[in-house]
Design a protein around this ligand. Structure first.
Ligand SMILES: Nc1ncnc2c1ncn2[C@@H]1O[C@H](COP(=O)(O)OP(=O)(O)OP(=O)(O)O)[C@@H](O)[C@H]1O
Ligand SMILES: [Mg+2]
Length: 367
């Protein structure tokens, strides 16, 4: 039984459609991550589920109960907001203990649970402070702790880690994933950080302008994005896109643009047949463009010529930016031993077995 269901849910603010016809089933104990650019409707979705806003059309179910008219407090959810909403006059301890007191737990029990949660989130030294005496990241962690302590059926988290520094973020990410495994509750998590989405989600739902683009496992979304938007949104640096034509020469299909000539794997020719002589978009992930001197074993490649305009050495890899003949630029993630340098005219190697083709008009993946 799915624990949360959206059925054709639409939310309008006046004329503006913040969420359009959303259909999603979130499984019991799933960790579903909503991602998408700013303003795409992520917070709106959570607010509707939390009962802080009402739907314009459609139905929301928690378990098999329709909750459209159910008050927020009766939905058995806990929400960590983008703007954490702590009680300013209470200490960290009291902020965390509050919901347990309402539940009528004994003093000793409350103390034990608060201590344990505080320890998990690295807050044990801050329990006596007031929210205004905390950094943004510390406040966020208090808000996460407070939600954990309520132990609801469904956790809703809206960018709970956005104020943490890089190192704490990595820690807190692992911590929240662990909590999810331990608590056996359903998590609905909002972020615009794709690393969080990829590493934490059992599935990812990608929204754009209030419309669900794709929902699937992180791996499936990365390797088989349904459209150009998803392909460009997930992955960093973003996928490179080239406008061109699909042509057939001597029983071989090619993608051709001004800068590129890529033979397509014979295994894919059936699926591309009806696009022969038509304009298509070819997507190539930066990690599928290699320094020809450091090729992974047994891949099939085609050359890509250009001039290096910028390099970023990341330690474990080098990102190089390339100006191609036609004025287009593209990014490649090459081996860390690579010595490609600014101004070099180079011939890189494109792995032709992992190309992504999109219909030029609809921008849907061709598969
Ligand atoms: N009360 C409101 N009245 C009018 N428009 C609203 C209201 N709340 C949200 N919106 C609009 O709805 C759209 C979706 O907002 P939402 O807060 O869901 O975005 P988001 O995906 O959470 O973005 P962010 O990543 O910036 O937090 C935005 O364009 C926003 O301006
Ligand atoms: Mg938001």
């Amino acid at each position: 039984m799915p624990s949360v269901t959206f059925k054709s849910v639409t939310k309008r603010y006046g004329e503006f459609v913040a969420l359009r016809d959303l259909d999603i089933e979130i499984g019991d104990r799933e960790f579903l991550v909503f991602v998408g650019p700013s303003g795409c409707g992520k917070t709106t979705t959570l607010r509707l589920l939390a009962g802080l806003d009402s739907v314009t059309a459609g139905d929301i179910y928690i378990g098999d109960r329709r909750v459209n008219e159910l008050a927020s407090r009766d939905r058995d959810i806990a929400m960590v907001f983008q703007s954490y909403a702590l009680y300013p006059h209470m200490t960290v301890y009291d902020n965390m203990a509050f919901s347990l007191e309402i539940q009528g737990l004994g003093r000793g029990d409350i103390q034990q649970r608060v201590q344990r949660a505080a320890q998990q989130m690295g807050l044990e030294d801050l329990l006596h402070r007031k929210p205004k005496e905390l950094s943004g990241g510390q406040r966020q962690r208090v808000a996460v702790c407070r939600a954990i302590l309520r132990n609801p059926a469904v956790f809703l988290m809206d960018e709970p880690l956005s104020n943490l520094d890089a190192q704490l973020r990595v820690q807190a990410r692992a911590e929240i994933s662990r909590l999810h495994r331990e608590l056996e509750s359903t998590f609905v998590y909002v972020t615009h950080d794709q690393v969080e989405a990829m590493t934490m989600g059992t599935r990812i739902a990608i929204l754009n302008q209030g419309v669900l683009q794709q929902i699937d496992t992180p791996q499936a979304i990365y390797s088989a994005p349904k459209n150009k938007f998803v392909a460009g949104f997930i992955g960093s640096p973003a996928m490179n896109f080239f406008d061109g034509v699909l042509v057939e020469m001597a029983d071989q299909l090619w993608f051709k643009s001004d800068a590129l000539s890529l033979p397509l794997p014979p295994t894919t020719s059936a699926q591309y047949q009806r696009y022969i002589s038509q304009r298509v978009i070819c997507g190539i992930r930066p990690e599928d463009i290699h320094d020809a001197r450091y090729l992974p074993p047994s891949i099939v490649t085609a050359p890509l010529k250009g001039t290096i305009t910028h390099t970023e050495s990341m330690g474990h890899e080098v990102i190089v930016y390339l100006a191609l003949g036609d004025g287009q630029s593209c990014a490649a993630r090459v081996d860390r031993r690579s010595t490609l340098a600014l101004g070099d005219r180079v011939e890189l190697a494109v792995n032709t077995h992992v190309l992504h083709l999109f219909n030029s008009h609809t921008e849907e993946a061709i598969s």
